[in-house]
Ligand binder design. Structure first.
Ligand code: AMP
Length: 288
């Protein structure tokens, strides 16, 4: 099943304790599509919707020298991204799945409105939009089936320190489900039904894989989202169990993203490697 994604395509310069890369391929939409593409029947990314505008591409430079869970941004050069007006090709109009990666919530909403046939919509955001563009973001949240953000962002959005209380407050803003990413500590899934009806059973935690070496965490969150949503989009029917599996597939793709710089690992995976790692996750968490 096809997924449409709107988000950044970028050149990234990255420094981590494992080394440096200058101007490698990056961007939220890039990581998301690469990760999700492994779950569609005919692996492929339809790039007809990528617009080649006159001028320089979006450029991001960051490092993770003090804390691998927290990118330190040195440069964000929006360049052509500053005037980005998403144009949705007609061939995308029938997509039933839509992912609104981290961009201006005004644009996220516009894309959602332009794709009325999307029956499942997931999205991401970041501290900048939460802090300074909250009214627009709140409009987007009403439209989402799933919001995927990290724990700092959940607390900031809700204005609450306790994660469960913060999750409940965010779910009250609109999304039916909330995936809270905890970097190397995994991710937690909350459902609105659980928030309202006190069914803690529905809350679910997936671990992250303890890795020998985190070479570069850039794109781990977007790759998680790609694995999570790609898996869901490929299911004949989406049930509570599919959400749980999706949390594991999200973690699987996030773990691969960290193993090499930029998109290097995401570009050369096989479905077998993904399934093997899924098994490893089961072993990591399963009681006999
Ligand atoms: P992640 O590590 O999953 O949060 O995403 C990293 C990607 O987000 C990088 O490849 C960057 O190019 C991209 N990125 C960084 N800042 C922004 C921004 N302000 N808007 C959109 N994308 C961004």
């Amino acid at each position: 099943m096809a997924i449409t994604v709107v988000g950044s395509v970028a050149f990234d310069s990255i420094e981590t304790p494992a080394g440096k890369r200058k101007r490698c391929l990056g961007g939220a939409a890039t990581y998301f599509s690469l990760a999700a593409s492994y779950f569609t029947k005919a692996r492929g990314i339809d790039m007809r919707g990528i617009e080649r505008a006159k001028g320089k591409s979006f450029f991001w430079e960051g490092s993770y020298m003090d804390d691998l869970n927290q990118a330190k941004t040195h440069i964000t050069d929006l360049n052509v991204f500053a005037a980005f007006e998403p144009k949705i090709p007609e061939v995308y109009a029938d997509s039933e799945f839509l992912f609104l990666a981290n961009i201006d919530p005004v644009l996220q909403r516009r894309v959602r409105e332009a794709m009325p046939k999307a029956r499942m919509v997931a999205g991401d955001t970041m501290n900048y939009w939460i802090k300074d563009h909250k009214p627009a973001l709140l409009e987007v949240l009403k439209e989402l089936d799933v919001l995927l953000i990290n724990d700092t962002e959940v607390r900031m959005l809700a204005g609450k320190d306790n994660l469960v209380q913060a999750a409940r407050a965010v779910l009250a803003m609109g999304p039916s489900s909330l995936v809270v990413k905890h970097g190397e500590y995994g991710a937690t899934l909350f459902h609105a039904a659980a928030a309202k009806g006190e069914q803690p059973k529905q809350t679910f935690r997936a671990p992250a894989l303890p890795l020998d070496e985190v070479v570069d965490p850039t794109g781990a969150g977007d790759s998680f989202a790609g694995g999570f949503f790609g898996y869901l989009a490929a299911q004949p029917e989406i049930t509570a169990a599919s959400y749980r599996n999706a949390m594991f597939y999200g973690s699987v793709m996030g773990s691969f993203a960290c193993e090499r710089f930029g998109t290097e690992r995401m570009q050369e995976l096989s479905r077998e490697e993904i399934d093997q790692r899924f098994k490893l996750f089961r072993e990591l968490t399963h009681l006999d």
